[in-house]
Design a binder for this molecule. Structure first.
Ligand code: ADP
Ligand code: MG
Length: 411
């Protein structure tokens, strides 16, 4: 597929009639996490067929057989295409590229990576999730910390990066304070044990008191986040959750460049009118090559102790946005005083299993871990392939590289 063809696909709204074009557009949301580009751009989508009854067949050519990413890419294709209106079934078949196709993909990946991302200490196996929204006050930070807690309670190690440089709130929400220490000129995140798991947390709030934080205003925001990603000993992480500042500005763009594998969860509120702003975030994420992984609706129906539900802020917004973007609605978090109270006390409601809201966050954590962004083992995967190709190129034996890699990568 040529460049011009793929941009034509991008221009089509995903909410239109189901067609090969809308399917290909949705497939642009499937990123090969190691190559850092979407599978359409990389030329990995070899066939798309849409039947009238809503049965969709997608054929994906993988760089190497037996790669654990295969399952993930397959599942991502199913999720993305399955979320489109009018789709009844999704059938994904995978093939393996021949040496020539593989070289073309590698060349493409290298071209896309021309402006190389800076080195970070974030392990390749860690999945990076940015929690974003078009505007403030929708509950991004509350969702980030409670999701982090719910995931850590399952024994995972979760990094939490508070990228809301000026409006940081993560330290307060998690009841953590202290100063970040430096080791080998790198910052060490503050640690908090949660159940069998661990949170590693970094925020402007640990770097400066609020007065001196204001002095940072002169700095380019992007640089601050870059520092948070580059100059930090993140250590072993299963996930890195990033609490994004509101809007669609520099930080979002910077993140797309620095960590192209970042996936975005868009938080929105129930009124359908709020979706315009949120949709802009989703659109922006896609254009910046960040994959939008799903939508969380916050401040949904409030249920009083008598069991009556009140749609205080309207309803349907989360589902609407998810359908428009072509991603799953991961969950709906009711408007409940325990969320605000937990935040004020520095004890996120998700910590206390006896709280009804803890169960809501637990279900969302479950969805993220099992379907939205499962952890993958990367052994034998494209990252190694890419490294081998590069080593082979460096050694002047480029032609042997991919073939050797296939042999090692095969099951
Ligand atoms: N589900 C909820 N129920 C009740 N209050 C909530 C809920 N989600 C967030 N809040 C409250 O709304 C306010 C804004 O939330 P916050 O997480 O700071 O939003 P953002 O990070 O998007 O600006 C906070 O006071 C928070 O306690
Ligand atoms: Mg916030």
């Amino acid at each position: 597929m040529t460049r011009s063809e793929s941009s034509a696909v991008e221009g089509t709204a995903p909410s239109g009639e189901l067609s090969e074009v809308t399917v290909r557009n949705a497939l642009r949301g499937v990123i090969d996490p190691e190559l850092g580009a979407d599978i359409v751009e990389l030329g990995m989508v070899t066939a798309v067929a849409v039947a009238e009854d809503g049965a969709v067949d997608v054929e994906v050519a993988l760089t190497v057989a037996g790669c654990p990413l295969r399952t993930q890419i397959k599942r991502d294709v199913e999720t993305r295409v399955g979320a489109l209106r009018g789709v009844r079934t999704v059938e994904v078949s995978t093939g393996v590229m021949d040496a020539e196709q593989r070289q073309a993909v590698m060349a493409r990946a290298r071209l896309l990576a021309r402006d190389p991302a800076p080195a970070t200490d974030i392990p390749h196996t860690a999945r990076v999730i940015a929690v974003a929204s078009g505007k403030g006050g929708v509950g991004k930070s509350s969702v980030t910390v409670n999701l982090a807690v719910a995931m850590a309670r399952r024994g995972l190690t979760i990094g939490v990066l508070d990228a809301d440089i000026w409006g940081f709130s993560v330290p307060r929400l998690l009841g953590m304070q202290g100063e970040v220490e430096a080791r080998d000129k790198k910052m060490v995140p503050l640690k908090r044990r949660v159940g069998d798991g661990v949170l590693r947390v970094l925020s402007m709030g640990f770097l400066a008191d609020e007065d001196s934080a204001i002095m940072w205003r002169g700095l380019i925001l992007n640089r601050a986040v870059q520092q948070f990603l580059e100059d930090v000993h993140w250590g072993d992480l299963d996930y890195l959750l990033i609490d994004m500042p509101p809007g669609t500005g520099d930080i979002q763009m910077g993140l797309a460049r620095m960590l192209p594998r970042t996936e975005v969860i868009v938080v929105t509120t129930p009124p359908v009118a709020a979706q315009k702003v949120a949709a802009r975030t989703a659109d922006m994420a896609r254009k910046g090559y960040l994959r939008v992984a799903g939508v969380i609706e916050n401040m949904s129906d409030f249920t009083c102790e008598h069991g009556t539900s009140y749609a205080l802020f309207g309803s349907g917004g989360g589902a609407r946005l998810a359908a428009d973007v072509g991603v799953p609605l991961i969950g709906q978090i009711p408007l409940h005083p325990s969320v605000a109270a937990g935040g004020d006390a520095g004890t996120p409601v998700a910590l206390d299993a006896s709280q009804p809201l803890a169960e809501v966050f637990d279900r969302i954590a479950d969805a993220v871990i099992t379907t939205i962004a499962p952890v993958v083992a990367m052994d034998g995967c494209s990252v190694r392939l890419l490294e081998q190709v590069e080593a082979a190129v460096a050694a002047g034996t480029a032609d042997d590289g991919p073939r050797q890699a296939v042999e090692t990568g095969a099951p």
